[in-house]
Design a protein around this ligand. Structure first.
Ligand code: CMC
Length: 428
């Protein structure tokens, strides 16, 4: 039996090879389609388009499976830490103890940013969104490390990844301090990755932030669950920018911009503002569900639905259980959690959501946990970006190491005006 797919166009058959992934997913290789047939495919939103082969993350959206480099997310969430998972994603294997220690030490050693870079923050208004600052500052960071931008300097990759992960965390914390009008808190080399982020965000000169270990643990888990998600919007953006030969800084900066959108990473902020509106306005849950279903209304159930997951989002399942635990340990009674539960329950019973396979996604519970541990809403997507960095870095490397890589350049079907003659302004 032929292993090819056959496409018939105007009576003529064209054979196209079927590509099978290591988990059995199948794709039709149409690389020669235009050359052979003169046709292109049209797939708005790329719902059916594989942009690349990748060895980093596997998702089976129908079964609710997410694996980083072959490891189940549940296994990693139960046994690993964000920094170890970052290493796994970027280099493909779990690190040995000495590899992990070296990487962690590099994260510690690279936490400071150049003093002059701090002055860039002065150029932002105090109420600038931290995602705008994050994206701009990542690009600005490249000006201070020209040696890391050099494409021939590939042997320094461990250092580059560690520098970026460490310095971007510092930039994120400084952006937050800027928004408060508080002095920057320098990194503390005695604290681990997440604990140091919390220290830089919440310590003030007269008072060091005293941490409950549960808080750092909860955030670590959130970062790990966000660390990669194959070809999502921001990662595809990073890959497209990388395909043009752009350096890692500019590719990551573009990824931050894509992530900011409220249908993507910005949804975690959207969830909280939706829950707050329901709480403060005393809105009826049933009515909200009706509004979310109404095509005339622009109300969407934020934190619900996913392009790939059509059963459940395994990250949401982990975070749902975690939200209970964290709020319990911290003895927080958040009315928004209660509203979230009631919304979820009502939506999951409603045929609109059942028929469209709309389930809570990772953002539905991550925001509640971040809120419980004291992260301000504006910083939610920044935390998502810090979590997603290892994934973006891994994808940037994959693009750069692909010997068959080409610049990403989709085609289009033009639907504008046919050719016409220029009309002088006095004749229009
Ligand atoms: N509330 C109400 N209706 C929805 C929702 C929602 N949250 N999500 C999808 N639908 C409906 C949509 O109106 C459409 O209905 P119909 O078939 O009648 O036209 C159907 O479900 C399919 O939706 P879609 O917009 O075609 O799905 P998509 O794959 O293009 O979009 C999504 C996926 C995540 C952007 C979308 O579900 C959404 O807007 N969700 C809310 C925002 C959100 O939570 N985003 C975070 C995603 S997970 C983390 C991340 O990737 O950053």
């Amino acid at each position: 039996m032929s292993k090819d797919a056959i496409l018939k166009i105007e009576g003529k058959d064209y054979n196209m090879p079927i590509v099978t992934g290591s988990e059995g997913e199948k794709g039709i290789d149409i690389a020669k389609l235009r050359a052979d047939t003169g046709h292109i495919t049209l797939d708005p939103g790329f719902g059916n388009t594989g942009s690349s082969e990748s060895k980093i993350t596997f998702i089976d959206g129908d079964k609710g499976i997410l694996r980083y480099r072959g490891y189940d997310i549940e296994d990693l969430a139960a046994n690993s830490r964000f920094v170890e998972v970052a290493y796994l994603l970027i280099w493909g294997e779990l690190p040995s103890q000495s590899q992990l220690t070296k990487f962690s030490d590099m994260l510690t050693d690279n936490a400071l940013i150049h003093e002059n870079l701090k002055n860039h923050f002065e150029g932002f208004p105090w109420n600038a969104h931290p995602m705008a600052m994050l994206s701009a500052m990542i690009n600005a960071l490249s000006c201070y490390h020209p040696e890391l931008v050099d494409p021939d300097n590939r042997k320094e990759e461990l250092k580059v990844a560690a520098r970026l992960m460490s310095k971007i965390r510092t930039i994120a914390a400084f952006s937050y301090k800027m928004s408060l009008g508080e002095p920057f808190t320098y990194p503390d080399p005695h604290r681990r990755y997440v604990a140091n982020l919390l220290h830089m965000m919440f310590s003030v000169p007269h008072q060091k932030y005293e941490q409950q270990p549960e808080i750092a643990k909860a955030l670590d888990k959130i970062l790990m669950l966000h660390a990669d998600h194959e070809q999502n919007c921001s990662t595809s953006t990073v890959r497209i920018v990388a395909s043009a030969g752009s350096n890692l800084f500019s590719s990551l900066s573009a990824g931050v911009c894509a992530l900011w959108g409220n249908l993507h990473g910005g949804a975690n902020m959207g969830v909280i503002s939706m829950l707050q509106k329901i709480h403060e306005g005393g809105l009826d849950i049933k009515k909200c569900i009706e509004m979310a279903k109404d095509r005339e209304s622009d109300f969407r159930l934020m934190g619900f639905g996913h392009r790939v997951y059509k059963n459940f989002d395994p990250r949401a399942t982990i975070l749902r259980a975690h939200a209970d635990k964290v709020l319990g340990i911290l003895d927080i009674n958040d009315p928004l959690l209660n509203i979230a539960r009631r919304l979820e329950e009502a939506a999951l019973k409603d045929s609109f959501f059942i028929d469209r396979k709309l389930y809570p996604n990772v953002d539905f519970y991550s925001g509640l946990i971040m809120r419980a541990v004291g992260i301000p809403t504006d910083m939610f997507t920044v935390l998502f970006a810090i979590g997603r960095l290892p994934g973006w870095i891994a994808h940037w490397r994959e693009v750069n190491e692909d010997p068959n890589g080409r610049i990403s350049r989709p085609r289009q079907i033009y639907t504008g005006e046919p050719q016409r003659k220029y009309v002088p302004i006095d004749k229009r």
